[in-house]
Ligand binder design. Structure first.
Ligand code: ZN
Ligand code: ZN
Length: 318
């Protein structure tokens, strides 16, 4: 027994309190046999020039969408990267597995000093060891990871790693803290380590500004709970991709309509769409995800300006 038993840990494995049953091995086999990828757009070049080193004032932020779930969050005196992925493939192998379809929107070498890296869970499209090793060497950031993942990082020579349970808070200064918050997902790096480590999301609170990074997640009550416990975020980074086929993905990945519901549950002032456009992980194309988001926003009478779709490399000031 490594961690205290809780409403999401049974002494051996982590689980989702609201949806403890995940698709099983047979479902995975069926999925792999059936997967039919929609065609991706022909033009996958990046058209944006990132505006880095914005040096925002207190209560302001500059957020750059790098790709997938990787975002650069620049705050006053604090630069944060989420789930940094710059590798060519998100897979245990360098020769097989999902290959990137477009370049990262920011060159790794062009990044400003990185103080903190947030890692939501150990899937390869979120925990990219080669990238983390590089960033760790260049910037020596504090790295905040879910319970059960510290070992993996240290095994690869990545230090200054803290692992945390849901609702743990990391205090950075008198006006700056980060809380590790729940999500509905799962973890695995191999066939043998499913749910041996936790998954989650993060609430960053810095100089009066709240930014929520959802990680990878299905839709559940955790958005409302997070809002109730920590208050409404000014900006929420919410996944809209990797949702088809629904019979398999629904528990672990939101579709765009659910992402809009999460935006409403959180009472986020603004949201930014993430987790689409770089890797073909599931059946839908990024164009479909963006079109479905636009449709869902229309149905809920939410302005497209309040749930932004940024291009890779695009920076927005808040
Ligand atoms: Zn995942
Ligand atoms: Zn993912």
């Amino acid at each position: 027994l490594k961690y205290p038993v809780s409403d999401h840990y049974d002494g051996k494995k982590f689980f989702n309190p609201e949806n403890p049953q995940l698709p099983g091995f047979r479902d995975s086999v069926r999925l792999i046999r059936q997967l039919k990828y929609d065609p991706w757009p022909v033009d996958l070049t990046n058209h944006h020039q990132p505006q880095l080193n914005s040096n925002p004032a207190a209560g302001q932020a500059a957020i750059t969408f790098v790709n997938h779930a990787t975002l650069l969050i620049e705050l006053q005196g604090l630069n944060i990267l989420t789930d940094p992925v710059w590798s060519e493939r998100v897979s245990p192998f360098t020769f097989a597995g999902p290959k990137r379809k477009r370049a990262p929107g920011v060159d790794l070498e062009a990044l400003p000093p990185i103080h903190v890296i947030l890692v939501s869970h150990n899937h390869y499209d979120h925990t990219d060891i080669a990238t983390l090793q590089k960033l760790s060497r260049i910037h020596a950031p504090k790295i905040i990871v879910p319970l059960g993942d510290k070992q993996l990082f240290e095994k690869h020579g990545i230090n200054n790693v803290e692992e945390h349970d849901w609702w743990d808070t990391v205090s950075l200064s008198a006006t700056s803290k980060i809380t590790f918050t729940p999500s509905q997902h799962f973890s695995a790096r191999t066939l043998w380590d499913r749910n041996r480590s936790l998954w989650g999301s993060f609430m960053i609170e810095h100089t009066g500004l709240k930014i929520y990074f959802a990680g990878d997640t299905g839709y559940s009550n955790h958005f409302r709970e997070t809002r109730a416990r920590l208050g409404a975020p000014d900006i929420a980074l919410l996944p809209i991709g990797a949702y088809k086929p629904r019979w398999f993905m629904q528990v672990v990945h939101m579709d765009p309509a659910e992402a809009v519901q999460a935006h409403i549950d959180l009472e986020a002032k603004k949201s930014i769409a993430i987790h689409f456009g770089t890797f073909a992980l599931t059946e839908e194309s990024p164009a479909e995800a963006v079109a479905e988001l636009s449709k869902a926003l229309g149905e809920r009478k939410i302005s497209a300006d309040d749930f932004l779709v940024l291009g890779e490399g695009e920076t927005r000031q808040f």
